[in-house]
Design a protein around this ligand. Structure first.
Ligand code: BGC
Length: 718
C-alpha cells in the first residue's frame, strides 16, 4: 500500500477520539517547563486517544510506551515523542547564542547532528529546536536560546541546524524532526518581558523576524512551533494570516504545526476565546496540528464541531499531516529504531572532544589590553575566585537536555587539569545571588600569594532562558563588591585579574570590563566549559568567538543592534538636535562581531568586482588579511552592504556574509566571498522585493563598527 493510501485508510477507520489523539501531545509524567497537566497517559495511549508525548527520555521507557501504542491500541499507530534538544542532549554544547558567535555553519550543523544522535539513542524522534527568534533586547531571557540579533545569521544558523537534526534521511535511526520555533517575532516582546505582547510592523516581520524561519523551511524543517505571544493582538497560535497565509500558502509549508506548552488554552487568557472549544477551534482553523499540553483539542473540538465552529475536514487535514510526519520518520516501519542501539564509550568521548573544541571557540575575548592572556608559562600560582568558578550545574546553561546534573567541567577543574604543576587556590567569595558578603575577605586574601587571579562571576544558568527576564543587567547579588575588592587588592600586589563572565546575555558592567586586565565572555559553554576556559587562558587555543549581539554600554540603549536606520538626523555629538543620548554615545560598548584573538590581524586591499552588477550577477569580494601578531589565530571577516539611496531608507549596515581565515604569525592570506547581487534586493514600499539601480557600499571588516570597516562602492544596474 502506498504511504498516501495507508494514511487515508487509517483516517477512514479512525473514530473522532482517535483522530483527536493524534492531534494531542502530552507529558508522560515528566515536566521540564511547566506543570504536568495531563497525568498518567498509559490508558489513553492504549485507547488510541493520545498519539504524541513530550519530555520522556530513555529508550527503555520510550519503547515501552511505543509498545502500548503499536501493540495494544486498536489502530497500532506509533507515538511521536519530542524533547527540547536545544544545545545538546546528554552532552551539553555551548548555548546557541554562544555557538552563533563561532560564525561557522559547519559547526552549527555538527553539534545538532551529534545532539540528534544522542537524542535518537534515547528514543526521541522530534527536537523542539532550533530556536530562531532574532533577539535585540537583552532583558529578554530567551535571547540565549537563539542566534542573536541578526536575521542573516539567524537564517544561516537555521539551515545548518535543520540539516544537522534531520540528517539526509529523516527515517534514519539517528535522525530527528526539527521544530523551528517560536514562530515568530517572540524576541520583540514589549520591554523584553517574556510572554508579553508583540507589536511590530509588517516590514520588521518580513525583514527581521521571518528570514530565519523561511530559511529553516527551505532547508526542509518538518515542523514549526508558533510562539506564545500575539502580534498586534492576534496570538500566533490562532494567527490565520501568519500560519495559513504565510507559512502554508506562501512558503508552501506542508509539515506539522505543534503549539507551545499550553498555548491553546492560553488563548482564553489572551482574551480571544471565551471557552476551550472556542480556543481549540481558533487554533485548528489557523492550521495548528498538534496541541501540546492544553488538552484543548480532545476536550474542546468535539463541542466546537457540534457548534459548527470547525468541520471534520479540518480535523482530518491535521491528522493527515501528523500521520505523514510519522511515516517520514519511519515510525510505522519500525517504531523502535530510535534507541535500538546504545552508544559506545568511544562515540561519547569523541562527542566530549567536540564539545570542548566548540566551547573553546565560542569564548569571546572582550578585552586584553596589556596582553596578560594567554597566561605566562612561568606562572606558578593562581587564585581562582568567584561563585561561578566551581559550579558544575551552572555550566550547562538553561536547556540541559537530558544531561546529568554532575560532570560538567568547572573552571577550577579545567585549570587544575590543564596546569597540574601550578598551585591553584580557590574561594567562591560570595554566592551568585545572595547578600552575604562574609566570604569576601578570605577570597581577597588569596591575592597575597597568587601571581594572577581568574575571577569567575556572572549569572546563574537559571537567570536566562524561559521566564528569566531581568530589568538590571549588572552582576546579581553582591558580586560587584567581590570584584571591586579583588581588583583593588590585585592592583596593590601588581597581579593581573582575568574575568570570566558567565551570562545568558551581555551584562552591562563597564566598570568591570575597564577595571580588569582581561575579560572573557563565556556565556554558558556546556559540559566542557572549564576545559575550554583553560584552553583559552593557557593559550592552547586562540580565542575566536565573536559576540552575535551588540553589547550595550547602558541599559537605556536597549534595544540595540547594528542594523539601525540612519533617520533624518543621525547622531552628531556637535549638534544637539540629532538622534543621540545626552549621557552615552549611541554605539555599543562592544559591537556585534567583536572578539579579540591572540593574533593581530590587519585587513587591507578590498576588491569588489565587477564594479557594476545586474541582478543575475555574482559579486566577488576579496580582502587581504595579515596576521602581524606572534601567535596563530583565526580571524572572522564580515561582509556588510549599505544601500545609500533607495526608495525605502535602508539600515546603515546589512550583513550579507561572513568567512574565517586561520593564519600563522606573519602569514598573509586572502578571503574571498561571493555575493549574489540578488541578495542586495530589499522590500520596496509595497513590501515586495525590488532590485534598485544605484550605488551600494560594500563594507568588510572584523565587526559591525563602521570605523573598522573597509569600504568599496559598486553600481547596481537594471
Ligand atoms: C517553551 C518551548 C518548549 C516547550 C516544551 C515551552 O515552555 O516555550 O520552547 O519547546 O515549553 O518544553
Amino acid at each position: 500500500m502506498s504511504a498516501l493510501s495507508q494514511i487515508e485508510s487509517l483516517i477512514g477507520e479512525m473514530t473522532l477520539p482517535e483522530k483527536l489523539g493524534q492531534l494531542t501531545m502530552t507529558a508522560a509524567g515528566y515536566a521540564v517547563t511547566g506543570p504536568i497537566i495531563a497525568g498518567d497517559s498509559t490508558e489513553a495511549i492504549k485507547a488510541g486517544t493520545i498519539g504524541n508525548l513530550l519530555n520522556m527520555v530513555g529508550a527503555e521507557h520510550v519503547h515501552e510506551m511505543q509498545r502500548l501504542a503499536v501493540e495494544e491500541s486498536r489502530l497500532h499507530i506509533p507515538l511521536l515523542i519530542g524533547y527540547d534538544v536545544v544545545h545538546g542532549h546528554r552532552t551539553v554544547f555551548p548555548v546557541p547564542l554562544a555557538e552563533a558567535g563561532l560564525f561557522d555553519p559547519r559547526v552549527w550543523e555538527l553539534t545538532a547532528r551529534e545532539a540528534a544522535t544522542e537524542a535518537a539513542a534515547d528514543g526521541i524522534a522530534m527536537a523542539f529546536a532550533p530556536m530562531l527568534d532574532v533577539a535585540r533586547d537583552p532583558r529578554w531571557g530567551r535571547g540565549i536560546e537563539g542566534p542573536g540579533e541578526d536575521p542573516f545569521v539567524g537564517a544561516r544558523f537555521a539551515e545548518a541546524k535543520v540539516r544537522g537534526f534531520q540528517g539526509r534521511d529523516l527515517s534514519a535511526p539517528d535522525a530527528i524532526a526539527s521544530v523551528a520555533k517560536h514562530y515568530c517575532a517572540y524576541g520583540a516582546v514589549t520591554a523584553g518581558r517574556d510572554y508579553g505582547s508583540v507589536d511590530v510592523s509588517e516590514r520588521a516581520l518580513r525583514e527581521i523576524y521571518l528570514p530565519p524561519f523561511e530559511a529553516a523551511i527551505a532547508a526542509g524543517a518538518v515542523s514549526v512551533m508558533p510562539a506564545f505571544t500575539d502580534i498586534a493582538g492576534v496570538p500566533m497560535t490562532a494567527n490565520v494570516r501568519m500560519l495559513q497565509g504565510w507559512l502554508r500558502e506562501r512558503l508552501k509549508f506542508s509539515g506539522v504545526i505543534v503549539t507551545d506548552y499550553n498555548a491553546i488554552a492560553e488563548l482564553m487568557r489572551h482574551g480571544i476565546a471565551a471557552d476551550l472549544p472556542e480556543a481549540a477551534a481558533l487554533a485548528l482553523a489557523a492550521g495548528v496540528d498538534i496541541d501540546m499540553m492544553s488538552d484543548a483539542y480532545r476536550r474542546g473540538l468535539p463541542i466546537a464541531l457540534e457548534r459548527g465552529l470547525v468541520n471534520i475536514a479540518q480535523v482530518d487535514a491535521a491528522v493527515r499531516r501528523v500521520l505523514a510526519l510519522k511515516l517520514r520518520l519511519g515510525l510505522f516501519a519500525d517504531p523502535y529504531r530510535r534507541g535500538a542501539t546504545s552508544e559506545t564509550a568511544v562515540t561519547l568521548a569523541a562527542r566530549r572532544r567536540l564539545a570542548r573544541e566548540v566551547a573553546s571557540r565560542a569564548i569571546v575575548m572582550l578585552t586584553n589590553p596589556g596582553d596578560v592572556l594567554p597566561l605566562s608559562a612561568a606562572l606558578n600560582s593562581l587564585a581562582v575566585i568567584g561563585p561561578l568558578a566551581d559550579s558544575s550545574i551552572d555550566m550547562r546553561g538553561p536547556w540541559w537536555g537530558a544531561s546529568a546534573e554532575v560532570g560538567h567541567v568547572t573552571v577550577l577543574e579545567g585549570l587544575r587539569a590543564s596546569l597540574p604543576g601550578l598551585s591553584i587556590q580557590y574561594s567562591a567569595g560570595v554566592a551568585i545571588d545572595s547578600v552575604d558578603v562574609s566570604g569576601i575577605d578570605a577570597a581577597v586574601d588569596l591575592c597575597r600569594t597568587a601571581q594572577a587571579v581568574i575571577l569567575c562571576v556572572g549569572e546563574s544558568a537559571a537567570m536566562s532562558g524561559e521566564a528569566a527576564c531581568r530589568a538590571h543587567l549588572d552582576l546579581p547579588g553582591r558580586q560587584r563588591d567581590l570584584c571591586e575588592a579583588v581588583l583593588k587588592r590585585a592592583k596593590s600586589h601588581r597581579i593581573p585579574v582575568i574575568v570570566v563572565l558567565f551570562s545568558g546575555r551581555p551584562l552591562i558592567v563597564p566598570w568591570l570590563t575597564e577595571g580588569a586586565d582581561a575579560v572573557l565572555a563565556a556565556w554558558f559553554l556546556g559540559s566542557e566549559a572549564g576545559n575550554a576556559v583553560a584552553d583559552i587562558v593557557t593559550g592552547r587555543i586562540s580565542p575566536g568567538g565573536r559576540t552575535a549581539v551588540s553589547w550595550p554600554r547602558a541599559l537605556g540603549q536597549v534595544p540595540i543592534y547594528f542594523g539601525d536606520r540612519p533617520g533624518g538626523r543621525p547622531e552628531n555629538p556637535k549638534d544637539r538636535y540629532t538622534s543621540q543620548y545626552l549621557d552615552v554615545p549611541n554605539s555599543p560598548q562592544f559591537p556585534f562581531g567583536h572578539g579579540l584573538t591572540y593574533g593581530r590581524f590587519r585587513l587591507a586591499n578590498l576588491r569588489v568586482t565587477p564594479d557594476r552588477a545586474g541582478e543575475g550577477d555574482t559579486i566577488e569580494v576579496r580582502v587581504d588579511v595579515a596576521n602581524e601578531g606572534a601567535r596563530s589565530a583565526e580571524e572572522t571577516v564580515f561582509l556588510f552592504s549599505h544601500d545609500k539611496v533607495a526608495s525605502v531608507s535602508r539600515p546603515v549596515l546589512e550583513l550579507k556574509g561572513f568567512a574565517k581565515i586561520a593564519l600563522a604569525p606573519s602569514e598573509n592570506g586572502t578571503v574571498t566571498m561571493r555575493l549574489p547581487a540578488v541578495a542586495l534586493r530589499f522590500l520596496g514600499i509595497d513590501l515586495e522585493p525590488v532590485f534598485e539601480p544605484g550605488e551600494v557600499e560594500i563594507l568588510v571588516g572584523p565587526c559591525a563598527d563602521r570605523s573598522q570597516l573597509l569600504v568599496a562602492t559598486i553600481n547596481l544596474t537594471p
